[in-house]
Design a binder for this molecule. Sequence first.
Ligand SMILES: O=C(O)CCC(=O)C(=O)O
Length: 298
Amino acid sequence: MMSGLSSIETLRTRRSGVQPSISIRVWHRIQERIRNPALRSMLSRIIATVRPSTTTQTGVEDAELMRLGLFRMPGFIDPSQAAQLREILSTFPCRDPWKPHVGTFRFDDAPAGTHVADIPAAPTLRVLHELALDQRLLRMAAAYFGCRPYLDSVQAWWSLPGNKDPEEAENYHRDNDSIRFLKFFLYLTDVDDMHGPHCFVTESHTVSSLLDRRRFTDSEVQACFGNERLLKITGCAGDAFMEDTFGMHKGQLPYSGRRLLVQFRYSIMPTVFRSPLTVEEVTSYNPTEVTSLLYERP
Ligand SMILES: O=C(O)CCC(=O)C(=O)O
């Protein structure tokens, strides 16, 4: 899949500054107020009936993802592929999504106080599109949604150490991106306890507690869910996981070392957080398996 220099190839951008339509924005405001997990699940089943179906055979990973809200894929890509991707992504300028006025900077020369160094060029990289169209991921998303998934965004960012207090998504929260959606996370650096592991409360995607649209403290989450369900996902470069991030989660504040992560969002509906551009299609794209919002089709 990733062969030598071809993997650095960027895809021609067809449109930039792409914004979600008014109807998607309105629906977003409605669905984010629907907090009850059972009601959300029922609505998503109704939506699935009007989306094209896919012929998927469900597997053990689907049952685990449904039950826990998480499915881990150690060694999703091998360490040399992860190193290659890390090298590629290290060459691109970054920006702080929470402080856009700061402008762009290199990941290893970030302004003091930067927690997240996002790589805006990520959705133009051919190699990331090829990964996002991986059959394992599309099949899992189709099984989870009960219909053909949308590929909504392709992202990559560094999580940086050197800060005392957590910022934004470094605090526990639930995502409200869509009525049903999944995020795929791929570590491109080794992630131990110090390097900002992703944390997830297993089964919380189906639990009607701490449903407010806000950030939560560690002690609130601990008091509500107990320690047994709090999972810190450490791992090696190349390890990945699929997660329903309506479940309670955070990226722990890194204490040392930088964490590089790739993330794809699959959803039952287009979201307001879609990647803000379209690019030329890659040959592995099969629109009967997934609808990629990053391509343009009539
Ligand atoms: O950086 C992380 O591990 C957490 C990211 C996150 O909260 C999200 O993508 O919703």
